[in-house]
Design a protein around this ligand. Sequence first.
Ligand code: ATP
Ligand code: MG
Length: 148
Amino acid sequence: LQEVLIRAVELTSPRMDEKNMQFAVDIKRDVMVNGDANRLMQIFTNLITNAITYSPEDTTITLRIKYTDEYGIVEVQDQGIGIEKTEIARIFERFYRVDKARSRNSGGTGLGLAIVKHLVEAHHGKIYVESTVGKGSCMKVFIPIHKL
Ligand code: ATP
Ligand code: MG
């Protein structure tokens, strides 16, 4: 997972610089998962891009790799605007964007997370969201571990 995540960091770092944002990376141990490197990278770049888009300048995005017996876990945590509890269930729907008026300014299509969810499920994985409005969000992606 580490190699893929670092590539996602490299791809998104110009946008991080534009907003004077920083990555904090917390990887105690790398994990091998069953997955397609390009697809996994698409998942992480999407989540990082959202974390950048929905955060103010000068904030930090924390990336973690964790694991259980069954799953490698990547967490993307931001210090952004957060997501209302009632909206969390809907953000994975195609074309769904919280607060259309505000979101329109940031010019997305609302497809990013629908694609992420599709890709995660294609890997027999899971995705969870923890979020507090005004404090930030943490997206947790679970991908089955590669067992020899
Ligand atoms: P795009 O298709 O360009 O990714 P988008 O970012 O609007 O457009 P999604 O990535 O699917 O679409 O996200 C859906 C909505 O969920 C966003 O419009 C935003 O309101 C909310 N959202 C997603 N990630 C975050 C986040 N990290 N913090 C706060 N809100 C978020
Ligand atoms: Mg997006």
